[in-house]
Design a protein around this ligand. Sequence first.
Ligand code: ZN
Ligand code: ZN
Length: 435
Amino acid sequence: MTNVTFISGLKEIGGTFVRVETDGAVCLFDFGFAVAARIDPAVRLRAESLAADYARLGMLPREPGIYEPAAAAALGVAPYAGAGKPVFFFISHMHIDHMGGLDMLDPGVPVYMSAESLTLYRRLVAQGDITMRGHDRCIGVPYGGQFTVEDITVEVLPIDHDCIGAAGCRIRTPAGTLVYTGDYRFHGFHPERTRAFAEACRGADLLITEGVTVSNGDVDMLSLSEPTEPDRTEYTLLEEFAALAREEPGLLVVNYYERNVERVWRHIDNFAAAGRTLVLDARLADYVAAFYPQARLHVYGPTIHGRPLRPEWQVVNRSALLADPTGYVLQLDYADSYELLDLVPCVSRYLHADGAPLGAYDASYAKLLELLKAIGVPYDYRSLGGHASPYYLRWMADTIAPRILVPLHSFRPEQVASARAGCRILPQAGQTITL
Ligand SMILES: [Zn+2]
Ligand SMILES: [Zn+2]
């Protein structure tokens, strides 16, 4: 018997939480927050009861066997190790809507992820870019590797997304094989990974796929044909930024998303070839150094986060940027935006490359635009995003051709369709499919 229960994150983007239970074990994935809009940074967190608080707000599941005794008691469920079978997690990637709840697990719960995701997670913890506390019992699995817990074997397969370390998984159980994509795209640095994922997973019994890009407009997925124009890709962005580096008359300021570490690393050489030095803040430099220890990094001198500078980093001060604005690109986190007030005479453009605040749903987005308007810095939106366009969502499902297709992680999962899937199920929260 294999029961697959769809608990949350089905008709929203975030909080995907699925339980796979066999006679021998329970496998859970992922563990971000559902209805994350309920988080208000103006409300103080209660460290001693955060797991129970978030579960009672509906942001985390009331799941037995994963919380510490006090939280479990408050929720009326069995605590970790109190539910009988061994329980473990697989986390697809380090975006907060897939891993934000790790802080709130019982410290004993084993959590598997790709080895690169574990590297990133350790840096997120070290930098304090998590809610409260790191989860120590994380196990990194190399891409292509697998692990077994009782009668469940999980293969960790690379997939391309705008977050370093992203992986999907194939889960083998005695009753059948399930595939979970996590988030994916075909316009990143490694489209071959996403294609190889689909090829490797052909013929699965159950495919669980994301459907972010069909969330808004109407899409008739079955009638789509392959786009004739190539998508704008990470490689297009490299060209766009190189052209700007050559043509712009002043300092370029870029707001990157720090978990897309490979992009930042590639942009260092890309800007260098166009005659500019990319200057990072100490926080982002730490992420890049964790993955690319040989990279020669230039770091902004005013230690805007109060974080330590390492001796091997080349320090660049504000006066250097002011003296030679066309020689540099400054990476600037939104939180450090007031630094612009001292640079404004020489800034020619603010490039928004997927960093926070990402869009109008974030109250800070309007404030960012207002700030730039107030100081007269042109705003240039250069987002790429991390999700496959609708045709390619169908390509994934068509290629795997599963017996059962379950789309989720979308406001309109009913728009994800494939004529090659045996059937499609749009589960209600709490619904179980038995393989
Ligand atoms: Zn993601
Ligand atoms: Zn996601």
